[in-house]
Design a protein around this ligand. Structure first.
Ligand SMILES: [Zn+2]
Length: 383
């Protein structure tokens, strides 16, 4: 069956990628609306960007009110700020939250109503040019047509989509992720791994996403332990930045599955960072679905050299799971209890979480048939 494969309009990746983006960025307009978070601003990352813009003769306004994961309220105030400042394009810089906000703000400057109106629909239109500059190696938001925004009234994380949300330019320069703290490095690295594994074992997987997925998985198993141990390992940072982009391309063109479906409700209800809630779930979810396709999971096991050709698919799949558990241990991924979540509070909302997860559609992309009962079983196994 034919399928579509899409990427950011342009991508500049590698050493000094920002410097190399001068002409493209100049072509987008004379005044940039910079979307970021307070931390990224405080540690001087935004200043690196604004120094270049100044040098290139581009004016700018900074909107750094993205605090934690973005909500409909933050997006609305970003749109108002954009409209009041006569900017002609957007640059979002930071982790997944500012990048997702950049997509949502750019879109809502042109669309009617509130962002919640677009849940389950396609966001399309002629939006202002958008540049995305990730400062963590993980979410892959720079390579996707998705944005996740919390509806603050309903307390759900909305997954919104549209080809027009893909950036016109993605700038991937590992100098921006060098300062990422260890806990963020682990969470975002595990998020990227989850993207690649889910895309590879999704019903929507295709030959092109398979190539990107296996490449990302290999890089992450090799370089995440290194960068977790030594954040100044430049080579490891570069490899993780490439892996995060590759994994983003995967979910853009295949899909996430069970882990992300179940992770979003944990994030929405208990304010667990996205990468951590994925990492809490990944081994439990994958061991649950492993027998749905030993062939696919076995191929991952062989790709990361956890098993050789002589091993059966089942053995190779189990060897992959073993390596995954080891990686979670190396990265010191907490359990729900260690994270401080109260079991009674969790049980009060677990039924709604399972329903929200099913409603998101992600679990049904899993290679094995998944019901709401299955999700409840897995949620219980987290304790
Ligand atoms: Zn993710």
């Amino acid at each position: 069956m034919a399928y579509e494969f899409s990427l950011p309009g342009r991508t500049i990746i590698g050493d000094n990628a920002l410097e190399s983006s001068e002409n493209l960025i100049k072509s987008f307009g004379k005044k940039a609306f910079i979307i970021s978070g307070k931390n990224v601003t405080k540690i001087g990352t935004v200043k690196v960007l604004t120094d270049y813009l100044y040098k290139w003769g581009i004016k700018y306004e900074i909107f750094n009110d993205i605090i934690g994961e973005p909500t409909d309220v933050m997006i609305k105030s970003g749109v108002n700020a954009y409209k009041n400042t006569e900017c002609d394009f957007c640059i979002a810089i930071g982790g997944g939250s500012p990048l997702d906000s950049g997509k949502a703000i750019a879109a809502m400057t042109k669309l009617e109503g509130s962002i919640s109106d677009y849940m389950g629909k396609t966001m399309e239109g002629d939006f202002p040019p958008l540049v995305l500059i990730p400062t963590t190696a993980g979410t892959g938001s720079e390579a996707t047509k998705f944005t996740v925004i919390t509806d603050s009234k309903k307390n759900i994380k909305m997954l919104l989509k549209g080809e027009a949300l893909l950036p016109d330019l993605a700038v991937i320069d590992s100098k921006f992720s060098m300062t990422s703290p260890r806990s963020v490095t682990a969470a975002t690295g595990m998020d990227a791994l989850t993207h690649a594994v889910e895309a590879y074992t999704s019903r929507k997987a295709n030959s092109l996403t398979d190539t990107f997925a296996l490449s990302a998985i290999k890089r992450i198993f090799e370089f995440l332990p290194l960068v977790y141990k030594d954040g100044e390992d430049k080579k490891a940072r570069e490899e993780m930045a490439i892996a995060a982009y590759e994994a983003g391309v995967c979910i853009n063109n295949s899909s996430v599955t069970l882990v992300h479906g179940m992770s979003r409700p944990i994030g929405a209800n208990f304010h667990v960072a996205h990468g951590i809630s994925n990492a809490m779930l990944i081994t439990k979810c994958l061991s649950y679905v492993l027998d749905g396709s030993y062939e696919r999971f076995g191929a991952i096991g062989r790709a990361i050299n956890a098993a050789d050709e002589k091993k059966s698919d089942k053995e190779a799949a189990e060897a992959f799971l073993e390596k995954l558990i080891q990686l979670c241990n190396i990265c010191e991924i907490p359990t729900l209890k260690e994270y401080g979540i109260n079991k009674e509070e969790f049980n009060k909302v677990v039924d709604k979480m399972a329903q929200d997860a099913m409603n998101s559609g992600s679990p049904s992309n899993t290679i094995r048939d998944i019901t709401k009962e299955d999700l409840l079983t897995i949620y219980n196994r987290l304790w």
